[in-house]
Design a protein around this ligand. Structure first.
Ligand code: TMP
Length: 207
């Protein structure tokens, strides 16, 4: 059976997790072998690193350290969950992957993209998702969604310039790799986005 490695990328509050769940339910109902996962995290050791990275107080990692921690988590995730799933021909629906490091640490925090690519090449050895959905949303809408969720104070920490750099980063990645990346207008209704994603999956994966 052919494996499918699909990632969901974009800024905060764009609705990725909701869409992953809808797609996973749809594919499971079709009898597919589905693994949903996320980064940073996805396996125990990587979830421990996630806790370090996303702790909201005392979080002052140097930018390069942050990249290395994301790749340390990714190494655990790839080795223990992603590669075994690919090997047995399953589907991986992953909330964030390498593109988030390029957008957040590269475009957002100004870490040299060549350094990130170098680390990526050495660690992932060319592993790329088959398909990536990039959820695009304006700063204003993102803030509105995060506020209405009340699940985190992250919106208070998000400044507009940073969001715009991230957004530009994701859009540039999509432009550079149009065969892999599809931009999703995350302002649309949940059902409409789900339908678009399902149509693309059905076409691309010959379901
Ligand atoms: P989320 O799972 O709620 O999207 O949170 C993950 C956070 O981690 C989000 O702010 C994006 C950030 N992140 C990076 O900065 N670099 C990365 O490589 C990854 C995977 C996530």
């Amino acid at each position: 059976m052919r494996s499918h490695f699909i990632t969901f990328e974009g800024g905060e509050g764009t609705g990725k997790s909701t869409q992953i769940k809808i797609l996973a339910d749809y594919l499971t109902a079709q009898g597919q072998d589905i693994v949903t996962t996320r980064e940073p995290g996805g396996v125990d050791n990587a979830e421990k690193i996630r806790e370090l990275l996303l702790r909201e107080v005392e979080n002052d990692w140097d930018g390069v350290t942050e990249v290395l921690l994301h790749y340390a988590a990714r190494q655990e995730h790839v080795k223990k969950l992603i590669l075994p799933t690919i090997k047995r021909g399953g589907w991986i629906l992953c909330d964030r992957f390498t593109d988030s490091t390029i957008a957040y640490q590269g475009y957002g925090s100004g870490i040299n993209e060549e350094l990130i690519s170098f680390i990526d090449q050495k660690i992932l050895n060319g592993l790329r998702p088959d398909l990536t959905f990039i959820f695009d949303l304006s700063y204003e809408k993102s803030v509105q969604r995060l506020k209405s969720r009340c699940s985190s104070d992250r919106y208070e920490n998000m400044n507009k310039e940073y969001h715009e750099r991230l957004r530009k980063g994701f859009l540039n990645i999509a432009q550079r790799e149009p065969d892999r990346c599809i931009i999703i207008d995350a302002e649309n209704e949940i059902d409409l986005v789900a339908k678009k994603i399902r149509t693309i999956i059905n076409t691309r994966m010959n379901l």
